[in-house]
Design a protein around this ligand. Structure first.
Ligand code: PGA
Length: 256
């Protein structure tokens, strides 16, 4: 059985003080419980080391929200995979819709980053998802297929052990509009079939597919309860222990 991954994407939020307080509250929430789920938090770059020091000892993994594909050199403003490894990062979110649409990242760049991150030893949380107009034009599956093929170009079946997929319909991110459990399940089942067709049935069975987009305590259990939903990538509701704690606990309950 796939183990749930409950991941928090803090985006460009928190300060050193509030970020470490949040990490410390989450550490208190999970400490000593020997959780049957994996918990990951992804703070902004400047707070990664402090959050790792606070949350890491309680078994919470820490990830970045982006990285660059070159190892070092004249790339002003960028952060390499080795730098992230150096401060104890375990994972990196790549292809998030805000990077695709606000920062104009294309599949080719996301693919270069994905390969560099896997080769450097990071777990990649690769995000895919359609815009509202694409869903309304019945193009959801075509968009997902294109983003999967682009992001995972030249990524081998063995390397897929270090990849988690996050289905995040763009229209559901930060809007309060969640995909219905049926809509999520349909997209997740499609993504799993894509993995089986492109790789093998083992890869499809083993790869975790998270749902992201307005996940909150009130809808977490129903979403996580879908057959092909293996976790959540949580934005707004990952910023307080009161919200993120119950989402972790929903995964724990469903793992029993
Ligand atoms: P949201 O963000 O939970 O605030 O909708 C999810 C995400 O962008 O990862």
């Amino acid at each position: 059985m796939r183990r749930y991954l409950i991941a928090g994407n803090w985006k460009m939020n928190t300060s050193l003080e509030t970020g470490t307080a949040l990490a410390s509250g989450l550490a208190d929430h999970v400490r000593g419980r020997d959780l049957p789920v994996d918990v990951l938090v992804c703070p902004p770059f400047p707070y990664l080391a402090a959050v790792k020091a606070t949350a890491g000892e309680a078994g919470i993994s820490v990830g970045a929200q982006n990285c660059y594909f070159e190892a070092s050199g004249a790339f002003t403003g960028e952060v390499s995979v080795d730098m992230l490894k150096d401060i104890g990062c375990d994972s990196v979110i790549l292809g998030h819709s805000e990077r695709r649409h606000v920062l104009k990242e294309c599949d080719d760049m996301i693919n270069k980053k994905t390969k560099a991150a896997i080769e450097g030893g990071l777990q990649v949380v690769l995000c895919v998802g359609e815009l509202l107009e694409e869903r309304e034009a019945d193009k959801t599956e075509a968009v997902l297929d294109e983003q999967m093929a682009g992001g995972l170009k030249d990524v081998s079946a063995e390397q897929m052990a270090n990849v988690v997929i996050a289905y995040e319909p763009v229209w559901a991110i930060g809007t309060g509009k969640t995909a219905s459990p049926e809509q999520a399940e349909q997209a997740h089942a499609h993504l799993r079939k894509w993995l089986a067709d492109r790789y093998t049935s083992e890869v499809a069975e083993q790869t975790r597919i998270l749902y992201g987009g307005s996940v909150k305590p009130a809808n977490a259990k129903e979403l996580l309860g879908q057959q092909n939903v293996d976790g959540a990538l949580v934005g707004g509701a990952s910023l307080t222990v009161d919200n993120f704690g119950p989402i972790i606990d929903a995964g724990v309950e469903l793992s029993a």
